[in-house]
Design a protein around this ligand. Structure first.
Ligand code: MV4
Length: 446
């Protein structure tokens, strides 16, 4: 097992990893930027090392500074958390060259699944459902038009190196496709250094359903079922829940098995999420694979009882996954509300500053993952998530009641947060019925 781990992240996920390490008896080294110098979780680490100023490029994204800190502190491994360097195959390769274990997949597995064209090809070979569309990258306009004629409009152009909604164009007819294909290639090249684009059938009404998987270095892969993450705005999720409301279990199991096959085929180790869109008839189409621990992992932890962050560490150390697929059972329902320092009444404008009032919910089935304490100052440099409220109950209805109750207990000021929006959603009849899709929030906020 690792003796000492460097946590190459900040905020709630740095604290979440720190807690997992403490329980595993692993020493922790936190790195921090000057903007985070007073972050309370740093005091819980065995050692804290300043790696630079506030801008992420000069601190949490600065590979040489993080590697230097890892060398100085003599760590065995680096946990990247989510965001920042977590999906950078070049960083994973540098860690390997420095004989530091990267807690996540190998650079090869990361590249194979991170490139959307390559990922779709591996998915197809492993009978993972995908959208009809180009087999690989589309080279020119005529090829694109031929494929679109074949699958029918509307189609969507996506960048192979894109993700999270960046570099996508919807085309509803041939003229639009013709005028967009070259621009999309040029934009992809400029934005991602890779001009490869592909096209697929565009689905108008859908839910975002993702499958949590785990792989180890012994060729095993398991799934921990799904999360519904349809409640989002501009590709930022705001509520996630599990299991997906109304999804037929047998159907979901088939899709989960396919997701685990893909992870196994890529010889993947660590936590991975296979994203799907689900249509009204509960047909699934793979979107992409996230090669990291995700923000919403606690939802799955609560319904399965499996500690995903601990698992990511154990498998990186070379241990086999300590349970079998048949031992993974779903217990009840879980939901997460992301608490962002934003003003929902002012177009989600960031609301940084000192948090004087911080009265947090508790009681049965309530978990709060946050690095905030009263008096904490939200720095303006990073994303606005200041905590995650996660609740667990026997069924979805009780889960929503419990979330509504916990949200009422939560008092934060003077900064603005997404708490009032969440309270409103818990009362919304369509949401309560499970009538959600990826456009729900945009419709509500109009
Ligand atoms: C799609 C799609 C419809 N049809 N692909 C957006 C993020 C990226 N991961 C893929 N995305 C989409 N791909 C096809 N063929 C609609 C979206 C999409 C979306 C997906 C998940 C969650 C929210 C979304 C919001 C807008 C569009």
């Amino acid at each position: 097992m690792f003796r000492r781990i460097l946590i190459a992240n900040r905020g709630e996920i740095a604290l979440r990893i720190l807690r997992a390490c403490r329980e595993l008896g692993i020493e922790t080294v936190c790195v921090y930027s000057t903007a985070d110098r007073n972050a309370p979780y740093l005091r819980l680490a065995d050692r804290a090392i300043c790696i630079g100023p506030g801008p992420a490029e000069e601190s949490y994204l600065n590979i040489s500074r993080i590697i230097s800190a890892a060398e100085v502190a003599d760590v065995d491994a680096i946990h990247p958390g989510y965001g920042f360097l977590s999906e950078r195959a070049d960083f994973a390769a540098i860690c390997r060259d420095c004989k530091i274990e990267f807690i996540g997949p190998s650079p090869e597995a990361m590249a194979k699944l991170g490139d959307k064209v390559a990922c779709k090809q591996t998915a197809k070979a492993n009978k993972v459902p995908i959208f009809p569309g180009s087999e690989g990258a589309v080279d020119d306009e005529e090829e694109a038009v031929k494929i679109a004629d074949d699958i029918g409009y509307p189609v969507i152009i996506k960048a192979s190196a894109g993700g999270g909604g960046r570099g996508m164009r919807v085309c509803r007819n041939e003229a639009s496709l013709r005028s967009n294909i070259r621009a999309a290639q040029q934009e992809a090249l400029a934005a991602f250094g890779n001009g490869a684009v592909f096209i697929e059938k565009f689905l108008e009404h859908a839910r975002h359903v993702e499958v949590q998987c785990l792989g180890d270095k012994h060729g095993h892969a398991v799934y921990l079922w799904e999360r519904d993450c349809s409640m989002q705005r501009r590709h930022q999720k705001i509520i996630e829940e599990a299991p997906g409301p109304g999804i037929e279990r047998k159907k979901m199991q088939t899709v989960c098995e396919a997701a685990a096959r893909l992870i196994k085929a890529a010889e993947y180790s660590g936590a991975a999420t296979v994203e799907f869109l689900m249509d009204e008839k509960q047909n699934f189409y793979m979107l992409e694979v996230n090669t990291r621990v995700q923000v919403e992992h606690p939802v799955t932890e609560l319904i399965t009882g499996i500690d995903i962050v601990k698992m990511s560490i154990l498998v990186a150390a070379g241990l086999p996954i300590p349970f079998k697929q048949k031992d993974v059972e779903i217990r009840g329902h879980a939901m997460e509300c992301r608490i962002n320092a934003e003003d929902p009444d002012r177009n989600f404008m960031p609301s940084a500053g000192r948090i004087d009032t911080w009265e947090t919910p508790g009681g049965p089935g309530v978990r709060l993952d946050t690095h905030v304490i009263p008096g904490y100052v939200v720095p303006p440099n990073y994303d606005s998530m200041i905590g995650k409220l996660i609740v667990h109950a026997d069924d979805r209805e009780q889960c929503i009641e419990r979330m509504a109750r916990a949200l009422r207990e939560f008092r934060v000021g003077p900064i603005k947060t997404t708490i009032p929006l969440h309270s409103r959603l818990m009362e919304h009849s369509d949401f309560r019925r499970g009538g959600i899709d990826i456009h729900f929030l945009e419709r509500l906020l109009k």
